[in-house]
Design a protein around this ligand. Structure first.
Ligand code: HAM
Length: 423
């Protein structure tokens, strides 16, 4: 049977929802650019290795959630489940690193795809706004990146967000921790799910973000990374927290935060929603530092740090907190013509006014005043222009202010100024 419905976990955006999405992206872009990030656009699909190599074979994203298919040339292709790996791939491929360790700061915005169980705040096609700063390693940079996300929340007037932060250590600390986890889990494997058995030998840290074993005491009592951080990682993390303190950014150090993607090193963080509805506890923005990702994808040994916002989650929050402010879908002018010649004259005028920067809509079909008044309701115009034979011959229009309901006859070349003055 033919299926002409949208795919589960995807959404159509139109009307107010499309306007919200556009408004949101525009506001976030301004903040990202203020912080020195420039836009980068990469394809929405990549060779599958780009993600398996970076996000990690044992991560939920790679092992269960990717939209992977063979193209007609038998190449394995994946719809991007996240942006960081693609940016690192593009960074390498276009040699954006230049001659050395210059810092490159990018932002991106677009759809991502994950085969997850759709529920509140979780979609199969969702949209991320992300930033990546590649080329330097400094606690100062980490803090600036974390603060740029904080600034985005402030700009959007979003309240009740908690910043959770942790350090998962550099490579040496991580390796000591992995060994400790293997020792700890060795005689507890019977208490873990099948997936965790596999993770145990390949990447025991991934056991810690197992969804099935989330509340299992074996997981909750597992060794904590903070006890395995070497001095360098400890010092790095200490400086980050002190800078955040200086800037008065509130945070909670969460020793259980390890993040579900393999490329992270040292700093990891999530901004979590606190609310009394189904969004409570979801991450609205998440990220961290990745010291080895660029090298892993065949590039130079340069570190990066970044994060991504889930735009659908921000939208739900703004809806719940009624924090959208003024969102106007309406037009400046709606043109009504009362006979075929007047409608054509109206089309000419609409064209001129549009060239002058006004939003103008018109009725194309009807000559009947009442019908056209019905049509215009949908467009919520600030002004209504009515043209009949009399107006057309005298090069005037009847201009009605749709708020005050006052109407006057004015020369056509005066309309633009009047409408603009009231805008
Ligand atoms: P992530 O934690 O997988 O990290 O996703 C980042 C954000 O995307 C989440 O916090 C959430 O807001 C949103 N998100 C994820 N999955 C879904 C979904 N199925 N439906 C709706 N929203 C979702 C990353 O993707 C990393 N690339 C972030 C990063 C950038 N790390 C460094 N640079």
């Amino acid at each position: 049977m033919a299926n002409y419905q949208k795919i589960k976990g995807t959404q159509d955006f139109f009307g107010l929802e499309a306007l919200k999405k556009k408004t949101l992206e525009a506001k976030i872009r301004v903040v990202a650019e203020n912080f020195g990030f420039q836009e980068i656009m990469t394809p929405i699909f990549e060779y599958t290795e780009v993600f398996t190599r970076s996000v990690g074979d044992e991560s939920d994203i790679v092992s269960k959630e990717m939209y992977t298919f063979l193209d007609r040339g038998d190449r394995s292709i994946t719809l991007r489940p996240e942006g960081t790996a693609s940016i690192a791939r593009a960074f390498n491929e276009n040699k954006l690193y230049g001659n050395g360790n210059q810092l490159n700061k990018y932002y991106y915005c677009g759809p991502m795809f994950r085969y997850e169980r759709p529920q509140a705040g979780r979609y199969r096609q969702f949209h991320q706004f992300g930033v990546e700063a590649i080329g330097n390693s400094s606690p100062l940079l980490d803090c600036d990146v974390i603060m740029s996300a904080y600034r985005i929340f402030e700009t959007l007037n979003i309240k009740n967000i908690v910043l959770k932060i942790n350090s998962i250590g550099d490579f040496a600390s991580r390796s000591a921790y992995q060994t400790a986890l293997q020792t700890y889990f060795k005689d507890k494997l019977d208490d873990l799910c099948g997936d965790c058995h596999r993770r145990y030998s390949k990447n025991p840290m991934r056991i810690l973000d197992c969804k099935a074993d989330k509340n299992n005491p074996v997981l909750l009592n597992a060794p904590k990374i903070k006890d395995y951080l070497n001095e360098t990682s400890q010092e790095y993390f200490k400086i980050i927290l002190s800078i955040l303190d200086c800037f008065n950014i509130k945070y909670v150090v969460d020793p259980n935060l390890v993040r579900g993607l393999d490329y992270y090193t040292d700093t990891v963080f999530e901004y979590i929603i606190q609310s009394d509805d189904e969004l409570n506890g979801l991450a609205i923005c998440a990220g961290g530092k990745y010291a080895g990702l660029v090298r892993e994808l065949g590039g130079p040994d340069l570190p990066g740090i970044g994060y991504a916002f889930g735009l659908e989650r921000i939208t739900s929050l703004l809806n719940n907190q009624e924090a959208w402010g003024n969102l106007e879908l309406g037009v400046d002018v709606f043109v009504i013509g009362l006979d075929p010649e007047s409608k054509q004259f109206g089309l000419q005028l609409a064209h001129e006014w549009r060239m002058g920067g006004l939003k103008v809509e018109l009725d194309y079909q009807s000559n009947i005043l009442k019908t056209q008044f019905k049509t215009l309701e949908r467009f919520n115009p600030s002004y209504i222009v009515i043209i009949g034979e009399e107006e057309r011959i005298s090069n005037t229009v009847t201009l009605k202010n749709n708020t005050t309901k006052e109407q006057q006859r004015v020369a056509v070349d005066k309309v633009m100024a009047i409408v603009k003055e009231k805008k």
